[in-house]
Design a protein around this ligand. Structure first.
Ligand code: DP6
Length: 361
């Protein structure tokens, strides 16, 4: 079992003056939700997600050795323009990961980043964004230490991404990713995400996720605050146990391909997440009236057609509509006919299962 100390490097065999890398990293959608954490971004319960394919962040990292090596130094560009308001989060990230990448203060970085999904669509870019940055930093470490194994590279990339944003550790590698210790899931760890190691039924091949953009406004309560409210939450302990139980159920469902059971677990997880928000103190609601309209329309459609389509939710009002590829034509027609009217400006994004971060340059 690896510990966090195993990711603190010793001496590097190479030196490197300057250069650049570029990676894309996708977003992911959790099926069993991460909600609640301990110190150092250790999750209160394990989670599992589908990696997405189309919603991603593309980040170029340019680096050059600098003279003064006592502070972090970086410029941040978003879609080619300086973006000051992202900088504090990046600085905090660099501070958290410095122990694992002791060379960070030796360089000046230019971080040039963009998303493939519309700006302010309400899609969290922290998972894809932190994962893409972590991949680039690992490319630099690999240049300093070419002996590094591929397994170490990806594990450490996920560990670093986790320190940027918990869910980001599930955006590194693999189609189905587990984060958090779980008996029966070999290799699972609180420190980083791992590719789901067990059998996955063909029913989940190219699984589809159509993201209905219900509300693009700023969230009233950030995920960070929401996680924190789980500390004094009256139902927290039972909820954390339930996440283990649901992950166990999904483990069996991935093997059997039982979509009815899949739907039960996934929709229950989504509603439980929001129930935790509603039963926090202070309490809050991130769903909007149209979120509920969509959920009810999906239930009605599913019961009338027996098509195995379901929903899940993130920490926001948008709805992720999940379904197998072989029903995509019918479900897309249903979305166009009956759900688009509940989306802000009729907007939705078609995505599907993907396999993780990609090195572009
Ligand atoms: C509801 O990963 O955004 O999407 O670790 O504080 O950055 P931080 O939180 P974040 O929380 C995501 C919560 C969620 C569920 C999930 O993705 O598992």
């Amino acid at each position: 079992m690896l510990t966090a100390n195993d990711f603190i490097p010793k001496v590097y065999s190479q030196t490197i003056e300057s250069g650049s890398f570029q990676w894309s990293a996708p977003s992911n959608i959790a099926l069993v939700k991460y909600w609640g954490k301990k110190d150092n971004q250790i999750p209160a319960n394990p989670s599992v997600s589908f990696t997405l394919n189309n919603c991603k962040t593309i980040t170029k990292l340019v680096f050059a050795k600098k003279e003064k090596q006592d502070i972090f130094s970086f410029d941040l560009l978003f879609e080619g323009k300086p973006k000051e308001d992202f900088k504090p989060k990046i600085l905090k990230f660099l501070e958290r990961i410095e122990i694992y990448l002791p060379f960070l203060k030796e360089y000046h970085f230019t971080i040039d980043t963009e998303n493939t999904f519309p700006h302010s669509s309400g899609i969290a870019s922290s998972a894809s964004g932190m994962a893409a940055l972590a991949m680039n930093l690992m490319s630099l470490e690999k240049a300093l230490n070419p002996e590094m194994t591929e397994a170490y590279f990806y594990q450490k990339a996920s560990l670093l991404a986790r320190l940027g944003s918990g869910s980001a550790c599930r955006s590194v590698k693999g189609q189905v990713v587990v984060w958090g210790n779980q008996a029966n899931i070999e290799g699972s760890s609180d420190l980083y995400g791992v590719e789901f190691p067990n059998a996955i039924h063909d029913n989940f091949n190219n699984f589809q996720d159509t993201i209905l953009l219900v509300d693009k406004g700023e969230k009233q309560v950030s995920s960070t605050v929401g996680h924190d409210l789980m500390h004094a939450h009256p139902y927290a302990e039972r909820r954390f146990e339930q996440a283990h139980e649901n992950l166990d159920k999904l483990n069996a469902i991935f093997e059997s391909g039982n979509l009815d059971e899949f739907i039960k677990v996934v929709e229950s997880e989504a509603l439980t997440l929001h129930a935790m928000m509603m039963t926090s103190m202070p309490y809050f609601i991130l769903m909007k009236p149209n979120t509920l309209q969509i959920i009810n329309a999906i239930w009605k459609f599913r019961s009338a057609t027996k098509i195995p389509v379901c929903f899940t939710l993130d920490a926001g009002a948008n709805v992720h509509v999940l379904y197998p590829e072989n029903v995509s034509e019918k479900v897309l027609q249903f979305i166009k006919d009956e759900l688009v009217g509940f989306c802000q400006n009729g907007q939705y994004l078609c995505d599907e299962i993907g396999s993780g971060a990609i090195k572009l340059a």
